[in-house]
Ligand binder design. Structure first.
Ligand code: ADP
Ligand code: MG
Length: 326
């Protein structure tokens, strides 16, 4: 699986910090990646690694203050997002990038019907469209049964999986060039997770949009993403074609994440959590940010931070010892 084509998004050395405490929180600390048109890219890593802040930055959605874009550049369709005026930014948010988040229940408004909420999303983005017909079309597209009846339902009358389908319908109502799905299945049952992933994959192909899939579960990446970026402590520590990274992870953090993937089949698949915790980005350790948790760490890792080593434009790793470990 590969997607070529021109770059839709290019992020170069992005730095996002939060101010408020004693030290600035370096949530995103020199992140670079790109997404081609129609491509699905996965951003993976544990909670607190900076995935959501990176994703929000693509539409300049990080609240300022306390946030601050301290450096770097984001290009969307060649336009500089961090330098955009408000009117252009509104177009970007309304027409080019859409987001789906983790908690569909809390993102839907409990006092309005599903139909009303989908129609509102359509009216905002495409005022000339026949909102009702489009809403029904969207509901069919995301696999909501009996859409005519469902239009009149309130969010609490739907299951979590159906609610997430409604959120996805609203997100694709503007036919975005990029859909950002930030932990879209984390709040759902395992079987429903697979269905929502299938739906996203199907929509991505049918609508030809690019997708940024954010997850801490590497099990979800395998069949969905063309390429993946592994994030730790505000940095990208490994990137490559998803099947290759999953088959032969090079960074010790990626390996540890893979070992922590819950397996459904078999009885021996006991979940192995990674020892230790993600460092507080206001107090990052010296050297490699992963060294305190890395079973392979040597003296050099404690004092010196590995630089990004690109093996190809698609594939790279940030570890002194990846060759020895291979
Ligand atoms: N609005 C905010 N104010 C202060 N700190 C924030 C804010 N949003 C995120 N952070 C911090 O930025 C870091 C990265 O957060 P986030 O991108 O949400 O991680 P992830 O999505 O990988 O779980 C965390 O340490 C988090 O506490
Ligand atoms: Mg997040």
């Amino acid at each position: 699986m590969s997607a070529s084509g021109s770059k839709l998004v290019t992020v170069e050395n992005l730095q996002v910090q939060f101010f408020g405490g004693t030290n600035p929180v370096r949530a995103v600390d020199g992140v670079s990646f790109d997404i081609a048109e129609g491509e699905t890219v996965a951003l993976v890593g544990e909670s607190g690694c900076g995935k959501s802040v990176t994703a929000m930055s693509l539409a300049r959605l990080v609240p300022q203050p306390p946030g601050c874009y301290a450096g770097g550049r984001i290009l969307f369709g060649g336009q500089d997002v961090l330098a955009m005026d408000e009117a252009t930014l509104r177009k970007l948010r309304g027409r080019d990038i859409s987001y789906v988040f983790q908690e569909p229940g809390s993102a839907l408004n409990p006092v309005f019907t599903i139909g009303w909420q989908i129609m509102e999303a359509i009216c905002i983005h495409r005022p000339d469209a026949d909102a009702r017909a489009e809403a029904l079309e969207m509901m069919r597209l995301v696999g909501i049964p009996e859409p005519e009846q469902r239009l009149k339902s309130y969010p609490h009358e739907l299951s979590g999986g159906q609610q997430q389908r409604v959120m996805i319908a609203m997100a694709i109502a503007c036919r975005p060039k990029l859909l950002v799905a930030d932990e879209p299945t984390t709040a759902l049952d395992v079987t429903i997770q697979a269905q929502i992933l299938d739906l996203l994959r199907d929509l991505q192909k049918r609508l030809g949009m690019a997708m940024l899939l954010i997850t801490h579960n590497l099990g979800l990446v395998a069949e969905t993403a063309h390429r993946m970026f592994v994030m730790y402590a505000g940095r990208i520590v490994e990137s490559g074609a998803a099947p290759e990274v999953l088959a032969q992870p090079r960074h010790p953090y990626t390996r540890a994440l893979l070992e922590a993937v819950p397996r459904l089949e078999g009885t021996e698949g006991r979940l192995k959590a990674i020892e230790g915790t993600v460092p507080n980005p206001a107090e990052l350790p010296p050297g490699c940010k992963f060294h305190p948790r890395c079973i392979f760490a040597g003296e050099r890792c404690r004092v010196e931070e590995p630089v990004w080593e690109a093996q190809s434009p698609e594939c790279g790793v940030r570890c002194f010892f990846w060759k020895e470990l291979a």
